[in-house]
Design a protein around this ligand. Structure first.
Ligand code: AMP
Length: 429
């Protein structure tokens, strides 16, 4: 199968070849033809499968084939859960449209809106956006979605997880009802299927990998370890293995900061990336990680989502996630684009029940190894760790979650905390 045989235009083929892609990935083979036919598509694909090109290439083809509008109204909207993903999709749109007369823009929160507004004013065909900034600008009358022909919802599962359901519903009402809809999601929960039913019209369903299965190229390992020895074990693994590019996941932002400090103290260059960091700090950390001046990036799930880090050899789960699907997302960061990778999880006694759920989801028992000197604590309780601090599952990085967080206590439900949380979430998007 070649990109040419998928029916993409010459100018797109030129851009694809400039990117160095030789053959389309499985999701591209499956998604591009129905999108080109104008059908709605529901795609099951996680980051690393080439899904962005899977929707961007046919979208660009359709927009450039159809007659141009004099004033360039926004004809395609791509909605993403995070700023990083929005920036990454936009970069792809720019690259693939290099030889087309198509203009695009990206908007997200945390940065000055002025340059974004100025670009939109000049006229754009494609807008890539996170929901918060999109609604802000729309409320200010600075953009209109009334001429949108194609709507792409990227990482729909994460949009729901982050509490963006209400935003999505509002955005949907701003677009004409007759349009083409493309929805991409790594996982397919009941909520996702419900969302898909509400948005998509007789969709063609395509899948890149079997649902929730982990990529074969990734070798997975568990180290049972005492909680108090996790930091020391992390340092040992990185140093002994001479690992040069490591992505570490922690459950909380404070945990990410603490571990980053300890790594730096041990002479390992590291940076934390999470929702409390400014956009500038996040971009800088990611750039440093990509160009290898930073050896370790410590991230929370939400912040890591959408990061395009090719050929990542090592992922460490400093804590395993309490949401099993997050495990699949996390280890999907390694073994990308055919390269092999290694995902190591440090599991303390209180994470035992999470491990069980993860193994059930991935349908395998993950190989386990105890490292001498870093044994688990035989006296530790196997009671699950409290998801405390009133944080919802997004560690405060989403907004207005429609679901009540599991560890919601009466103390945290007072209005001042709610307000604080709302403001924090607003900043995150
Ligand atoms: P994505 O899943 O969209 O985040 O893409 C993952 C990575 O695969 C990105 O670095 C893309 O540039 C790259 N990519 C996408 N399509 C192809 C392809 N057909 N051949 C090689 N690399 C690709």
């Amino acid at each position: 199968m070649s990109f040419k045989s998928l029916g993409l235009s010459e100018n797109l083929l030129k851009a694809i070849s400039k990117k160095g892609y030789e053959i389309p990935s499985p999701i591209q083979v499956k998604a591009i033809p129905p999108i080109l036919k104008g059908q709605d598509v529901l795609a099951s694909a996680q980051t690393g499968t080439g899904k962005t090109a899977g929707f961007t290439l046919p979208l660009l083809h359709l927009l450039s084939e159809n007659p141009k509008h004099k004033f360039r109204p926004i004809r395609a909207l791509v909605l993403t859960p995070t700023r990083e993903l929005a920036a990454q999709v936009y970069t792809n749109v720019k690259e693939y449209s290099a030889f087309l007369d198509i203009k695009s823009a990206v908007i997200f929160g945390g940065v000055n809106q002025k340059p974004q507004v100025a670009t939109i004013r000049k006229g754009i065909d494609i807008l890539v956006a996170t929901s918060g900034r999109l609604l802000d600008l729309q409320n200010q009358g600075l953009l209109s979605l009334k001429r949108v022909e194609i709507f792409v919802l990227d990482e729909a599962d994460r949009m729901l997880d982050m509490g963006f359901l209400r935003d999505m519903e509002r955005i949907m009402k701003l677009m004409p009802p007759k349009r083409q809809n493309l929805m991409f999601s790594a996982t397919f929960s009941k909520d996702i299927r419900k969302l898909a039913n509400g948005i998509l019209n007789h969709p063609v369903r395509v899948e890149a990998t079997p649902e929730n299965s982990t990529v074969d190229a990734i070798s997975q390992k568990i180290h049972r370890v005492a909680k108090s020895k996790k930091t020391a074990l992390t340092i040992k693994l990185i140093s002994d293995g001479n690992w040069q590019q490591v992505l570490i996941f922690t459950r909380t932002k404070h945990g990410a900061n603490r571990l980053t400090k300890k790594l730096i103290g041990a002479g390992i260059t590291a940076a934390a990336i999470h929702g409390n960091k400014s956009q500038g700090a996040r971009t800088k950390a990611l750039a440093g990680f990509k160009n290898a001046t930073i050896r370790v990036m410590v991230a929370t799930d939400i912040a890591a989502r959408g990061l395009d880090i090719p050929l990542l050899p090592h992922v460490i789960n400093y804590e395993i996630p309490n949401i099993s699907e997050d495990y699949v997302h996390r280890i999907g960061r390694t073994g990308r684009a055919g390269a092999s990778g290694e995902a190591v999880s440090l599991v303390s006694a209180d994470e035992t029940s999470y491990l069980r759920s993860i193994e059930k989801l991935v349908g395998m028992k993950i190989p386990m190894e105890i490292i001498e000197g870093y044994e688990p604590d035989p006296n530790a309780s196997t009671e699950p760790v409290k998801q405390g601090g009133g944080r919802n599952r997004n560690r405060g990085e989403g907004r207005n979650s429609s679901k009540k967080p599991k560890a919601y206590t009466s103390k945290q439900s007072n209005s001042s905390n709610k307000k604080k949380s709302r403001n924090r979430n607003r900043r995150a998007n």
